[in-house]
Design a protein around this ligand. Structure first.
Ligand SMILES: NC(=O)c1ccc[n+]([C@@H]2O[C@H](COP(=O)([O-])OP(=O)(O)OC[C@H]3O[C@@H](n4cnc5c(N)ncnc54)[C@H](OP(=O)(O)O)[C@@H]3O)[C@@H](O)[C@H]2O)c1
Length: 247
């Protein structure tokens, strides 16, 4: 699809499942080399056998500075980084009045993403493209997810100003905000199975396609923003949500 990815180096965090895994797969399909990080290997194992020479994986936690240092060291061995997707994220239902819920989720969703950029900043190519992952929920509300939404909204605000600050150095920064996407994050929210099923039913009714997004649909938008096809976009938030926030 995008010839320009051939042999370029991409770094993706949260690559073991869902959107990160789909993004890693799409990058590999388009010829890129990928350095993938997550705490577990998850479903990366199947990609590793298929793309043995192009895919390098490491176990690491974006909240740990020593792991981000290792990521940076590994990347240095592979060359300059053309594309960065700090995608690792968590979502937990919590009392909106509980500050520790924000701290916990910000540590991964916000600080984790920004510290990932910071760790590899000096190794970014010129030009380089960075795509952060926000959420459709920054447009609306979702009781129980105030801390999650706040963590992603703060990341979005941070990313927009960073887009201005880093543009002179050839670093183009944008955000993809996925809508409800069929990944493991929903079952990690902390809802009993029957309630989760009710929530999914209600969410489905607002989706213009009638169903949750496929992670590959989000990955395709990430690749568009990484690619030069989006070269005029700086600090934008592309909401890929099957129309959820339209009504
Ligand atoms: N699915 C949706 O509906 C939706 C909607 C809007 C935004 N998003 C965002 O999309 C991104 C990807 O989520 P997903 O839906 O694909 O969920 P997912 O399948 O649960 O994937 C989350 C990924 O993040 C990794 N991760 C979590 N904590 C980490 C940490 N501390 N360090 C490193 N890796 C970590 C997980 O791997 P390990 O557990 O192996 O570390 C996993 O690979 C997240 O930022 C999420 O907030 C998702």
């Amino acid at each position: 699809m995008f010839r320009e990815f051939e042999d370029r180096l991409a770094v993706v965090t949260g690559a073991s499942s869902g959107i990160g895994l789909a993004t890693t797969r799409r990058l590999l399909e388009n010829g890129a080399r990928v350095l993938a990080m997550s705490r577990t290997m998850g479903d990366l194992d199947s990609l590793r056998s298929q793309y043995a020479t192009k895919l390098k994986c490491m176990k690491g936690d974006v909240t740990k500075s020593e792991d981000l240092q290792t990521l940076s060291d590994l990347a240095r061995q592979l060359g300059q980084i053309d594309y960065l997707v700090p995608n690792a994220g968590i979502a937990r239902l919590a009392n909106g009045m509980e500050p520790s819920a924000f701290e916990h989720q910000w540590a991964v969703n916000g600080a984790g993403a920004l510290n990932t950029l910071s760790a590899v900043r000096e190794q970014l190519a010129k030009p380089a493209s960075v795509v952060f992952i926000g959420t459709f929920l920054s447009q609306i509300t979702f009781p129980g997810l105030a801390a999650y939404i706040a963590s992603k909204s703060a990341l979005k605000a941070h990313a927009k100003t960073l887009a201005v600050e880093l543009a002179p150095q050839g670093i183009r920064i944008n955000l993809v905000s996925p809508g409800p996407t069929a990944t493991a994050i929903w079952s990690s929210l902390g809802l009993p199975a029957d309630q989760l099923s009710d929530v999914a039913g209600q969410v489905n009714k607002r989706l213009l396609s009638g169903c949750f997004l496929d992670p590959a649909a989000v990955a395709d938008t990430v690749l568009f923003l990484l690619s030069s096809a989006s070269r005029g976009l700086y600090g934008q938030d592309l909401i890929v949500d099957n129309g959820y926030t339209l009504q």
